[in-house]
Write a protein that binds this ligand. Structure first.
Ligand SMILES: *Cc1c(COP(=O)(O)O)cnc(C)c1O
Length: 390
């Protein structure tokens, strides 16, 4: 076992060696521009991109021409939301989203709201679930788009995205889902979303590459591109394609298709052992998120009386993240934890564990010991401070 132990796989994941191996020739030998139609360098690059497009499509049960490569989920979300809103007829002015979305979605919605759009932010229950009936009730004749994530990046709750998709379809409103955390972890083939945002680096591919999957439907979802230039990606995302990253993304998607079922069983076993071990070792531990409808690799744990940042400071050989720093640019308690009803204090006592493909049983046993020790120490130190103050 090598230290530190990486348990922050919601933030990013290690590139799978198979994906890395497939990428390398596209830096050094096959470095052509996939848009160069006149020579073999271009043809080889284009063939590699089209293979990757098929691999990514098959992860979500889409057809290859429905996949638009972007720089990552943040760009995909921006393209989906701003692109669809900009293309909508002027008399429509309403977007629906949920309180626990990633900042990529919430900040884009705030920017749309500043530009005059009506945004409905649906609250969640204490498990982080959006009630599909709330979506149904929020849709009006002015609704342009519904954007509700497939799985949450902090608490791991898997939404009722299929049912929400059916409701949107019944009302003929396009449905976007941020599937960044769900892709490769849970089956998405049956996802009834019209638009899906994906990111390679959350599923053992490289950073800086993602996709927006735009389902063919009747009537088609219209969207205006964010970037204009050479007309790449069916005119929806101009700019020379990042061929090595796209190749790595493709291989990562193919591995996910082949290994998701066995891998998620192994990882959820380790996750359950982590939770069980900490529950045994410590007096008070609360598990955030939904008890069943959840990602296999997530454990969001609340340790009352132990400030998460202080706990993390005293176990520098365990890489996790706290309920405060999820969007590291923004200090203060996480909006997701507040949305499920935690107080600011409780949020700041929450640690997110994200297990992954490369997590071993030894690492989990080590983490249980270190975390339990660090929480006990922090609790004792905080009790002492309280006593000194009173
Ligand atoms: C990481 C993440 C994003 C942003 O993805 P990038 O590819 O890093 O831009 C968006 N949504 C969710 C749910 C995420 O976890």
């Amino acid at each position: 076992m090598t230290l530190p132990v990486y348990l922050d796989n919601h933030a990013t994941t290690r590139v799978d060696p198979r994906a890395l191996g497939a990428m390398l020739p596209f830096f050094a030998e096959d470095y052509g521009n996939a848009a160069s139609k006149q020579h073999a360098f271009g043809w080889r690059a284009e063939a590699a991109v089209e293979l990757a497009r098929r691999q990514v499509a098959s992860l979500v049960g889409a057809s290859p021409d429905e996949v638009i490569f972007t720089s990552g989920a943040t760009e995909s979300v921006n393209l989906a939301l701003k692109g669809v809103v900009t293309a909508a007829p002027a008399e429509r002015n309403h977007v629906i989203t949920a309180a626990t979305e990633h900042r990529a979605v919430l900040d884009t919605c705030s920017s749309l709201a500043r530009a005059g759009l009506d945004v409905t932010v649906i609250p969640v229950d204490r498990f982080g679930l959006v009630d599909p009936d709330d979506v149904r009730r929020s849709i009006t004749s002015k609704t342009i788009l519904v954007s509700i994530m497939a799985a949450n990046n902090e608490i791991g709750t898997v939404s009722a995205f299929e049912e929400i998709g059916r409701i949107c379809r019944d009302h003929e409103v396009p449905y976007h889902t941020d599937a960044t955390q769900a892709a490769g972890k849970i089956p998405l083939r049956a996802a009834t979303a019209d638009l899906l945002s994906l990111s390679a680096h959350k599923m053992y591919g490289p950073k800086g590459i993602g996709a927006l999957v735009i389902r063919a439907r009747r009537p088609p979802v219209r969207l205006v591109p964010l970037l204009e230039g050479g007309g790449h990606e069916r005119g929806l995302r101009s700019g020379t394609l990042n061929v090595p990253a796209i190749v790595g993304f493709g291989v990562a998607a193919e591995i996910a298709v082949n290994e998701m079922a066995t891998e998620s069983g192994r990882i959820s076993g380790l996750r359950d052992r982590l939770i069980g071990g900490l529950l045994e070792a410590l007096d008070e531990v609360r598990v955030n998120g939904h008890p069943e409808s959840r990602l296999p690799n997530n454990a969001s744990l609340l340790f009352p009386g132990a400030n998460a940042d202080r706990v993390m400071m005293s176990m520098k050989d365990i890489a996790v993240s706290s309920g405060s720093a999820c969007s590291s640019a923004l200090p203060g308690p996480s909006h997701v934890l507040q949305a499920i009803g935690l107080s600011g204090e409780e949020s700041l006592c929450t640690i997110r564990f994200g297990l992954g493909r490369f997590t071993t049983p030894e690492e989990i046993e080590y983490a249980i010991g270190r975390v339990a020790e660090a929480v006990r120490q922090t609790r004792a130190a905080q009790r002492l401070t309280v006593m000194e103050q009173t």
